[in-house]
Design a protein around this ligand. Structure first.
Ligand SMILES: Nc1ncnc2c1ncn2[C@@H]1O[C@H](COP(=O)(O)OP(=O)(O)OP(=O)(O)O)[C@@H](O)[C@H]1O
Ligand SMILES: [Mg+2]
Length: 608
């Protein structure tokens, strides 16, 4: 006699349950998805003891006729697909016909359902996969499913469940995600008699977000459509303060998924915008035509496969990047009492009028002013001019095209930053500018640093930065750890135009530096770089390392505080800033610009 036998149905179901039903929250996900597929508009979810004792999901969907109700508990019985072709373009959340029989095989299961327009319904009870009773029953139209004592017949699985509190927390997370994704459906979740989620139907994701999370001015809207794909939702704005971590909700065709491509695109967008480490809060919805995605690749459907992975990456990255760039500049409020003549203005705008030397952990050299004319003579091949001229010429000046770094065109459309007209410079540190909507105060160093950082990062993706060979190499004496750090990064540094090598003893020889960096900034830049990278070296990825070098190079190449600017140079900085996607915040997360709105001015002059 052969050794192979066909497994009995209840055992096959238990095996399937091992994949589909991992914990109470996965039962809830399956039941809610079934209700959504059945066109429900209101869902009531009840749990006891973290769902281990009881899970009940009640919906007002179309319900099932008696025969369908019986069939729904058989394995591979589904109303959602009929033939192999249907798998190629799935429009429903379920399609495998596995969820109900799986959960019924590992619990005390009860289903009561009444098809729309029918006078009565059906109630079915199943214990550990064995049908106990099928009877005619009353009850409202729609379906109620109860899963009690999950895994009671599989003690080994039950042991793996976490504490009631942990399972409850996971249930609320799952229900929150589902609720976010389906704003038009009302959700009520109760655990141990306590209402945890209560969201009446609303019409937009923004309204649902408000129901779930309250007012969130720290989120910015994302919206992009192209090549048949659409991405929308909300992501955490860049901010100096505030959390850098939050829930990451990604939905593809209204399914909760974990997708590496999308996660990477989000990471990319944030890491160009700011080098603060973060795992930002996002609520993103991607819509993909069903024939360009495979949803049948994961047992709990938590993953999908895109036909055009790089297109998805690009759309998500760009959409998030654009949204981040649109974060508004902080607005200043004027208080009339502060404007009494003779009173120092510094009180009304703290930190701004008092001078521009903000502490900056990157720039450990003193923020000395540039002496115009002294910065460039030592650099071979560059004409005379100020540091700003050099930086501007190297990255975006007239020969930019020849060097392959075209300035970005200024964004257009209603969201684009309006051109600002410089009015003058305050304390040689802040550019005061205006447009139709008000007055802006721009930190010249931070603004220029932002512009250069972005140009450097953009440029690096194509080729190394322009390098300037020094006629007389710079010799730097350094402590062993710093020296070692610098030399070990010499290949990375080369991409920025630095050429550093060991010279013997404590000395490092610098033969070339980035064209944008004035020679007298070079020593300070390399020392702070060595210092900074040394502290961070362990576990610092290449990307992160490059970003830090870029931020530091930008900081040292940027025009400093206490440095007089001509109108042309101010205009140049403002123009460049306008073309920069992330113009409201510097690479270290400090604001670039403060605004006093027209409304604020008019209000304080009693004009409105
Ligand atoms: N709440 C419900 N209202 C109406 N019909 C339902 C409901 N839940 C399940 N059904 C019916 O029972 C069938 C089986 O449900 P089940 O969840 O087991 O499989 P599925 O949803 O088709 O696929 P999957 O296993 O991928 O979830 C469904 O195809 C649907 O016709
Ligand atoms: Mg289902």
């Amino acid at each position: 006699m052969g050794r192979i036998t066909r497994l009995p149905d209840d055992l096959a179901n238990q095996i399937a349950a091992g994949e589909v039903v991992e914990r109470p929250s996965s039962v809830i996900k399956e039941l809610v998805e079934n209700a959504i597929d059945a066109e429900a508009t209101r869902l009531t979810i009840t749990t006891e003891y973290g769902g281990k004792k009881l899970i009940r999901v009640e919906d007002d969907g179309i319900g099932m006729e008696p025969e369908d109700a019986r069939l729904s508990l058989e394995r591979h019985a589904t109303s959602k697909i009929k033939k192999a072709d249907d798998l190629g373009a799935i429009l429903t959340l379920g399609f495998r016909g596995e969820a109900l029989p799986s959960m019924a095989s590992v619990s005390h299961f009860r289903m009561r359902t009444r098809f729309r327009g029918q006078p009565s319904g059906t109630e079915i009870r199943v214990n550990a996969g064995v049908t106990e009773s099928v009877v005619e029953a009353g009850g409202p139209e729609g379906t109620l499913v109860e899963v009690a004592d999950l895994f009671y017949n599989l003690p080994a699985r039950r042991k793996f469940l976490k504490s009631d509190a942990a399972e409850s927390a996971q249930i609320s997370r799952t229900v929150t995600q589902l609720a976010l994704c389906y704003p038009r459906i009302g959700f009520v979740l109760t655990n141990a008699g306590r209402k945890v989620v209560s969201c009446p139907p609303v019409s937009t994701v923004a309204d649902r977000l408000y129901q779930l999370y309250g007012d969130r001015p720290d989120l910015v809207a994302v919206e992009r459509e192209g090549m048949g794909l659409r991405l929308h939702g909300f992501v955490a704005a860049l901010a100096e303060q505030g959390p850098t971590r939050g829930p990451q909700h990604v939905f593809v065709n209204r399914r909760i998924v974990k997708d590496k491509t999308i996660a990477h695109a989000i990471f990319d967008a944030y890491s160009v915008a700011s080098n603060k480490e973060r795992s930002p809060e996002v609520h993103l919805f991607l819509e993909v035509p069903p024939d360009r995605i495979d949803v049948n690749v994961h047992p709990t459907k938590a993953e999908v496969r895109f036909k055009e992975q790089s297109l998805v990456h690009e759309i998500v990255r760009r959409a998030v990047a654009d949204a981040l760039g649109r974060g508004p500049a902080p607005e200043l409020t004027l208080r009339p009492s502060d404007l009494i003549p003779g009173r120092p203005m510094a009180q009304s705008i703290p930190g701004v009028l008092g001078g521009g030397n903000y502490p900056n952990r990157w720039a450990q050299v003193p923020a000395a002013s540039y002496q115009p004319g002294t910065t460039t003579e030592n650099i071979v091949g560059t004409g005379s001019g100020s540091a700003l001229d050099v930086a501007a010429a190297a990255l975006s000046g007239p020969d930019a095209v020849q060097r392959g770094i075209e300035p970005r065109p200024a964004p257009s459309g209603p969201d684009a930053m309006r051109p600002l007209i410089p009015l003058g410079q305050f304390r040689d540190t802040f550019i005061i500018a205006m447009d139709d909507e008000g007055i802006a105060i721009i930190d010249q160093h931070v603004a220029h640093e932002r512009v250069l950082f972005e140009r450097i990062m953009q440029r690096l993706t194509e080729r190394p930065l322009e390098s300037q060979r020094l006629l007389v190499p710079i010799m730097l004496d350094m402590a062993p750890a710093e020296r070692h750090t610098l030399i070990s990064r010499s290949a990375d540094l080369e991409r920025f135009g630095f050429e550093v090598e060991e010279f013997g003893g404590d000395t490092v020889r610098v033969a070339a530096i980035p064209a944008i960096l004035p020679r007298d900034e070079c020593e300070g830049a390399l020392r702070s770089l060595a210092n900074d990278l040394e502290g961070l070296d362990r576990g610092l990825g290449i990307e992160e390392g490059l970003k830090r070098i870029a931020a530091l190079t930008a900081c040292h190449a940027a025009v400093k505080a206490n440095y007089p600017l001509t109108f042309e140079k101010m205009t140049h900085i403002l123009e460049e800033l306008r073309a920069t996607a992330y113009s409201s915040i510097c690479p270290h997360g400090r604001p670039v610009m403060l605004r006093i709105t027209r409304r604020e001015v008019e209000k304080n002059f009693d004009r409105i």
